[in-house]
Write a protein of this length. Structure first.
Length: 109
């Protein structure tokens, strides 16, 4: 009986391993872990501004993965509520890109 249960459990885990929402959720979590562990003031000071900013930009990738996971988890039929909840973040990202591209950038000599 225990052998049957272990085989069934392994088979179910292997079937779940190919699910899109598990991969996107796991990847988003893996992106958010370093962000959460390095945002203490002392660590930010030790890293300096450039690595800290680079690390913080990964939040956008985690947000996209989270939206994809949410839509996949609900069978892609309820994507609109997920998009509506993440629209402020998308708007913020678009404003940042617009601001960066509209700034004056000196040409290198």
């Amino acid at each position: 009986m225990a052998h049957y249960t272990a085989d069934t459990l392994i088979q179910r885990r292997l079937e779940q391993a190919s699910r899109f929402e598990l991969w996107t959720g796991g990847l988003a979590f893996a992106i958010l872990l370093p962000l959460a562990t390095t945002q203490f003031n002392e660590l930010v000071r030790r890293m300096g501004p450039k690595p800290s900013w680079t690390l913080q930009r990964w939040i956008y990738a985690a947000a996209v993965l989270t939206v994809l996971r949410w839509a996949a988890l609900h069978g892609w039929r309820e994507a609109l509520p997920a998009i509506a909840r993440f629209a402020p973040l998308a708007l913020h990202g678009a404003c940042r890109i617009w601001w960066y591209l509209s700034r004056w950038h000196p040409m290198p000599a």
